[in-house]
Design a protein. Sequence first.
Length: 226
Amino acid sequence: MGSPLNQEAPDFNRGSVKKKITTEVGPAENFVLPWIGEDDFEQWEEDGYICLMTRHPELLHWRGYVGIPQEKLNLLGPLVLDSIDEQNHNSVFYKYTTVHGGIIYCEKNAPDKFQKPSPQDLYLSSKEFVIPSWWIGFDCAHSCDLAPGELLIYEGKRDLAISGKWKMHFPEELKERVFKLTKGTPGREIQSLNHYWTQEKVRKEVKSLKSEIDMIIRRGDPDAKT
């Protein structure tokens, strides 16, 4: 078996396979860190759903959520709602969504011990937005993903990760490592499995998740017998 760097890499986002590419990049000193200019929080309403993005407070990767109002959930019927309420991983939202890494958060408004602060804690409620009754979410810290805070913590710089100053004061000694993980080695045919999910890319993924959720709700339970 050849080196992993010379093999075709799966697209963990949609299950397709990427072709090998030649990555030509400049020197590392000219490399701009991919999170420069990004925000740490984003929220909008779309088609009656609340879309929300936030960073993990320490690992600093993006997490994306879709908030579903009760009036839409009611369209699924009591059996489907019971399945969701029991955290059943065979429920429609786990089975029929293709979000990056799969659904990792499916909760009511109550905080979840693995997702602090919870989406509901972060949700900016106003008269302009609907009130979600359920949150469906994913994150971008899987084995194939690059989390900036993880690098900082590994190098003993946790204080920088949680200070909020990490974007503009990212250590130079780690910058080249990020460059290699995200851009690869100049002139070689590679497709790095380690990559940072940018705010723009996560925004598209949240929108895609919203569309899948909306389709499930419109069609009802795909497993229901007719």
